[in-house]
Design a protein around this ligand. Structure first.
Ligand code: CS2
Length: 488
């Protein structure tokens, strides 16, 4: 079977949407760092819509900061790939052409920097995951001891980190008298634009105080809220897409029909007309971001650890198991909703119900193990912020605490049958070393709380937090996740 490419585009079945613009005439206006599945299901699709409507000066150069896999898969396809949006109502297939170039930073950092420094590049966007910011999750400040930060400060023209690339490219634009690009974070972080500004400006100042001042004064870092559930692509997904297209796609994206993008409208160098294609432009994204992180992502993470420990494979499997939907709904209603800022005109009840419906999507195999990754980088904005608000209000947070306890047990690396869990987390080795083979609740809890990068200094000093999370962990280790969740 032939591969998807510019040459085979005309062979697509009539029902498969494809680029309507002349790809050869499109010009790069965006460099995106972290050209992974989420970006390709989300920002690249909004940008495709804008280009289909004539905005063809906003093609994307997708940069991988680590692996060549995306470039190796899509390069032979002229950057084309399929987005298959699946739901109980049916499937929609679309071939996306907005990725005009694919680069692998470790192979040629200079090529990436040259593109980012070019005046035609007006936006540099990022989906580098929480750990890609090289920050302390509890405080949002730059981790100046991070190996990539240490390297990039010593080798500014050969960066490894997203921040290193951003600042070297901005410095080149500054020295050449070019205006800066807008730096657009599209990651699941609270106040993601402010977080990016904080770590980037600090990194710049460590390189050169004048550069730090320039970045702080001239670079726009708008915040965004991004939302689309995008499971990792499986071999079954590839077969499913090939059968529909009649062409092979080395890396299709299977996702849900739902997509949401809320963006602070602060783009001094311009932007695509994303707002004409489903994105929402606002002055302040905070209430949208907090609502999504604390409802969707908190539920995702709690379900990931409790569901994995209960022996379930996917989100849909867990949602079909006794008690999970009720556990999440109670957590959302009783412990999280009271911490949310007002969103005038927003139907919060309908939103919460829609989240549970999205989790139940029978067409998506969203593995709990995928969501469970990097929990040390996710817990602060997903569970701990709401817990701090509940502590300040003197209100209970038993369900949130159970989510924290389930992460502690998961991160300790042994499941309920005593089998090893292949924990993927920047702090996995630290946790393992500090446990030193101990598997009891007291040790797991004490090591967990010792992670100031995650829990800060305030939570381990809170009697209520320590007692509630320890009680949850004791219950979890005595009864098991399935019984705990079924019991509500
Ligand atoms: C998930 C998110 O893997 C995870 O941590 O919770 O990627 C989630 O699917 C997205 O935020 C949904 O918008």
């Amino acid at each position: 079977m032939d591969h998807l490419s510019n040459a085979t585009l005309p062979r697509l079945p009539a029902g498969v949407r494809r680029p309507s613009y002349d790809r050869a005439a499109a010009r790069i206006g965006i460099v995106h760092l972290g050209v992974g599945a989420f970006h390709r299901a989300h920002q690249a699709v909004y940008t495709e819509d804008a280009m289909d409507a004539g905005d063809t000066g906003w093609a994307i150069a997708g940069v991988s900061l680590r692996s060549p896999d995306t470039r190796d898969a899509l390069g032979p396809q002229d950057g084309l790939y399929t987005v298959a949006a699946r739901s109980a109502a049916g499937d929609a297939f679309r071939v996306i052409g907005s990725l005009a170039q694919l680069l692998v930073a470790p192979e040629d950092p200079e090529a990436v920097l040259a593109l980012m420094a070019a005046p035609e590049t007006r936006i540099v966007s990022l989906t580098v995951t929480e750990k890609g910011y090289c920050h302390h999750p509890a405080t949002g400040t730059l981790d100046e001891a991070h190996p990539d930060i240490v390297h990039d400060l010593a080798n500014p023209t050969l960066p490894r980190s997203a921040v290193g690339f951003l600042i070297e490219a901005l410095d080149r634009r500054r020295r050449a008298g070019h205006a800066p690009f807008t730096a657009l974070s599209c990651d699941n972080l609270p106040a993601n634009g402010e977080t990016l500004a904080r770590v980037a400006t600090r990194f710049a100042a460590l390189r050169d105080p004048a550069l730090g001042d320039w970045v702080a004064a001239h670079v726009a870092f708008p915040s965004t809220m991004v939302d689309r559930i995008v499971p990792a692509t499986s071999a079954a997904d590839r077969a499913f897409v090939a059968e529909t297209l009649g062409l092979q796609d080395a890396w299709p994206i299977v996702t849900e029909a739902f997509s949401q993008w809320v963006i602070e409208d602060h783009f001094p160098a311009g932007r695509p007309a994303w707002d004409r294609h489903g994105a929402t432009l606002v002055a302040d994204v905070t209430p949208f971001e907090l609502t999504k992180l604390r409802l969707l992502n908190a539920s995702h993470s709690s379900m990931a650890y409790l569901g994995y420990l209960a022996g379930h494979e996917t989100v849909a499997d867990a949602m079909a198991a006794p008690g999970f939907a009720a556990f999440l709904r109670t957590m959302m209603d009783e412990e999280i909703t009271p911490t949310l800022p007002p969103l005038p005109g927003f139907d919060l009840e309908a939103y919460k119900q829609s989240l549970l419906d999205r989790f139940r999507n029978p067409s998506l195999r969203h593995r709990l193990y995928q969501i469970a990754m990097d929990g040390s980088q996710k817990l602060p904005q997903r569970l701990l912020g709401a817990i701090r608000d509940r502590l300040a209000a003197g209100q209970k947070f038993d369900h949130l605490a159970m989510g924290v306890a389930a992460w502690m047990r998961y991160a300790a690396g042994r499941d309920e049958a005593g089998q090893p869990i292949p924990v993927q987390d920047p702090l996995a080795a630290t946790i393992r070393d500090r446990l030193a083979g101990r598997t009891d609740a007291a040790a797991i809890h004490q090591v967990g709380l010792s992670l100031t990068e995650v829990f800060g200094a305030d939570l381990p000093a809170s009697t209520a937090f320590v007692a509630t999370t320890r009680s949850a962990l004791d219950r979890l280790m005595a009864d098991g996740a399935e019984k705990v969740v079924a019991g509500g």
